[in-house]
Write a protein that binds this ligand. Structure first.
Ligand code: AMP
Ligand code: GLY
Length: 429
């Protein structure tokens, strides 16, 4: 990492990774850019390989083969499984937390206990490894909705909100007995239901210093008006209008700093991007979840607002001298509208031709971050549930949204579905 210009391998293949790659590409310190597995749009910006994002030894071998100076590990699975540890052991510089620290996302039981022990505001909870004990607790408590969470990673779907005892019984059965999330369901957290607007705050940290990034708001449900099932995220805006300076200061003192101090005290210093999923409850901001990585699609609206060179920040984090630099943001607003395959998050078709993009998969006036696309001889085809993150930056949120939706109107593929109310209406109350 002492080199000035770095050849970088990004691990992952979604919209988040495309946004990271587009940002790195702007840096004067960026040399060759590689991505594995990448996607159709990413292949126009970086050389892509077919090693899977969770193939630890495969990624290590690839990094050596292409002589990458830095490997940027973006997704949760490889981070929790220890990809950064393996890369470092093999002498390859990597960006992302070690497994010891990534557990903050990898185990909800770990993160809840960490918060309780270090007085970090979060929902009250109990942990169970026995289904009948979990159920008798829920019945005794008698308060609904009951929030039931699988302990481990579950593709963002491990949280079930239950309106009554019958639903809770079904949820406990499917998580703990049917193991719909596999071994992640060995233990569950049952917690208090919180209310209030949600805010996503990503933060750069070297384990000692923490710099929160510009705030964001995700829209998780598939349909307008926050209806339908949860998805990976149907759109984002930054900044989050609910997150004012007073709230930010409260979170800094009561949540962000205490979290990195707690991790250090536990002997698990966190170096990388730590993501705070917050709820602004009537009793103040509380942590809903931690993620050990950049969010998707939060990254798509946050990184375009970053003024400071990302490679400088990564170097400072790796050398534990983040306090020596400052991280600056533009005053612009940014909006991302996700165009998804019809049927997502359920069954959907693949291989449909996408119209309206130029030969690089872009469109003038917007930033098109590809998620589920494939490239073939100058054309792009759908290849996943979330297909494109159509993103625009402007001096105001209204303008950014108008620009993003103008671009959405120019892009088409069969069965395309997107929300028409990103950043609008009662979400901003
Ligand atoms: P998570 O995967 O932990 O982000 O949870 C998914 C979604 O479930 C969150 O974005 C919230 O909307 C909701 N959720 C999680 N925990 C709670 C809670 N304690 N109270 C209310 N809603 C929750
Ligand atoms: N958008 C939420 C996540 O990345 O988990």
């Amino acid at each position: 990492m002492n080199k000035d210009v770095l050849d970088i391998l990004v691990v992952g293949g979604g919209g988040r990774e495309h946004a990271i790659i587009r940002n790195l590409k702007e840096s004067s310190r960026c040399g060759k850019l590689y991505c594995t597995p990448g996607n159709g749009g990413i292949s126009r910006d970086a050389e892509c390989f077919d090693v899977k994002a969770d193939d630890i030894s495969g990624v290590a071998a690839l990094a050596k083969q292409i002589k990458a100076d830095l490997v940027f590990v973006a997704p949760d699975d490889p981070l929790v499984a220890g990809m950064v540890d393996t890369l470092e052991k093999e002498g390859i510089a990597a960006f992302g937390p070690n497994a010891d620290a990534a557990i903050i996302e990898g185990s909800k039981v770990f993160s809840k206990r960490l918060m309780k022990k270090h007085n970090i505001p979060t929902a009250d909870y109990e942990v169970f490894d026995n289904p009948s004990e979990a159920l008798s607790y829920i019945r005794r408590r008698g308060r609904y909705p009951a929030v039931i969470k699988a302990d481990g990673l579950a593709l963002g779907k491990g949280v079930i909100l239950c309106e009554d005892y019958v639903e809770a019984k079904a949820a406990i059965k499917s998580i703990m007995q049917d193991r719909i999330f596999g071994a992640s369901g060995k233990r569950v957290v049952v917690e208090e239901f919180l209310t209030g607007p949600e805010v996503s705050v990503l933060a750069f940290t070297d384990g000692k210093t923490i710099y929160p990034m510009a705030s964001a708001k995700d829209h998780k449900r598939v349909f307008d008006g926050d209806m339908g099932p949860n998805t990976g995220g149907m759109g984002t805006i930054s900044p989050n209008p609910h997150y004012d300076e007073k709230t930010a200061e409260y979170c800094m003192q009561n949540i962000f700093k205490p979290t990195i101090e707690a991790m250090r005290k536990e002997g698990r210093p966190f170096k990388g991007c730590l993501f705070f999923g917050l709820m602004l409850t009537p009793d103040g901001p509380k942590v809903i979840e931690y993620n050990c990585r950049f969010g998707d699609p939060e990254t798509q609206v946050v990184l375009p607002r970053l003024k400071t060179d990302l490679i400088e920040i990564i170097s400072a984090i790796r050398d534990e001298r983040l306090h020596e630099i400052s991280v600056e943001w533009t005053d612009d607003a940014c909006a991302c509208v996700v165009m998804a395959s019809g049927g997502y998050p359920g069954e959907y078709r693949k291989g449909l031709k996408i119209k309206g993009l130029d030969k690089n998969g872009q469109l003038k006036g917007a930033m098109i971050f590809h998620a589920g696309t494939r490239y073939n001889e100058g054309e792009f085809f759908t290849n996943g549930g979330r297909v494109l993150g159509v993103t625009a930056k402007a001096p105001s949120l209204d303008k950014a949204l108008a620009r993003a939706y103008d671009s959405v109107a120019k892009i088409s593929f069969a069965d395309a579905h997107y929300r028409r109310d990103i950043g609008k209406g009662f979400y901003l109350k």
